[in-house]
Design a protein. Structure first.
Length: 305
């Protein structure tokens, strides 16, 4: 088995251990320089008197490699955070997923803007989402969203209709469809764009998975546009995450009707716009400040190997 495959399998084996914080696994591997070494060390130092498994590292790696092969045979891409195929922009966020599962074309550098908002969107909000997504697609910018009903669906569909690229960052395993009404759209995105998940392929939706999804979508995108969002919505969570990640946030006049948006409007890195023209001017300014897409050296804190 080649070294890259052994390392990927060792990572899967580590993440399969019960009650292991995924973020800590990534940090341990970065410090040690090897997933296999971290796995060996974990097996030598069981956390309890009765370890969950008595298998050797070689046995666990072989089982994980077989699991990875099964995913790949099902058309699922499996990308560890130390793989060259892993999106560069995600390596700079604290919520970096150690593993990504994908269907479609994953790009190491993807100029993307997230368009997010309420599931129960107004007609006005849906119209704004479509207009923004179409304008982004016409500029060659990838439209990222969460494949939820309402604003997300409008953004994905408008980008596709304009012949653009769109990426769905989902809150379930990649073999699942949520909501089920978007099953056909999800399959189509896998064919012509990209579907991304940080969860095990068969994982169902949970209350925690969607905020986690929003954090990763924020990291994937160069900026987040919030069209409509309530006080407890995932879009609000994503706006907060984006600012923490150093990513600009664009708030439309539609969302400024909410108290939380008025609070956010005073923060550095937030643009408030009242028309599609103003919104695209803000996005153009944001994109003009992006680093060139020639390699990892253009991104801070990305050096791993």
């Amino acid at each position: 088995m080649e070294t890259a495959m052994i390392e990927r399998a060792a990572l899967v084996a580590l993440l399969r251990r019960p009650e292991v914080p995924w973020s800590e696994v990534a940090l341990d591997i970065q410090e040690a320089g090897s997933a296999q070494q971290v796995l060996d060390r974990a097996l030598r130092q069981p956390e309890t008197l009765f370890p969950a498994t008595a298998s050797s590292a070689d046995e666990l790696i072989a089982a994980a490699a077989e699991e990875i092969a099964g995913w790949q045979a099902d058309g699922i891409g499996v990308h560890a955070f130390f793989d060259e195929s892993y999106p560069a922009q995600l390596r700079s966020i604290k919520e970096m997923p150690p593993l990504l599962f994908t269907r479609g074309e994953l790009r190491v550098h993807d100029r993307a803007v997230a368009v997010v908002g309420s599931r129960k969107a107004t007609d006005r909000g849906l119209g704004i989402a479509r207009s923004v997504a179409e304008s982004l697609a016409n500029r060659g910018v990838t439209v990222a969203s969460g494949l939820a009903e309402g604003i997300d669906t409008a953004a994905h569909t408008a980008a596709l209709d304009a012949g653009g690229r769109t990426v769905a960052v989902i809150g379930t395993g990649i073999r699942n469809y949520y909501p089920t009404a978007n099953r056909r759209l999800q399959d189509h995105l896998a064919d012509v764009g990209l579907v991304v998940s940080q969860f095990w392929p068969d994982a169902g939706p949970t209350r925690r998975s969607f905020p986690m999804r929003n954090a990763v979508m924020s990291g994937y995108a160069a900026a987040t546009v919030v069209v409509e969002a309530g006080e407890t919505s995932g879009a609000r969570i994503q706006a907060r995450c984006a600012l923490a990640h150093g990513r600009p946030v664009v708030l439309t006049g539609q969302v400024m009707q909410r108290e939380w948006a008025n609070t956010f409007a005073t923060k550095p890195g937030v643009y408030v716009v009242h028309s599609t023209m103003e919104l695209m001017e803000a996005v153009d300014e944001i994109l003009s400040r992006l680093p060139s897409e020639t390699g990892l050296e253009n991104f801070p804190d990305l050096a791993l190997r």
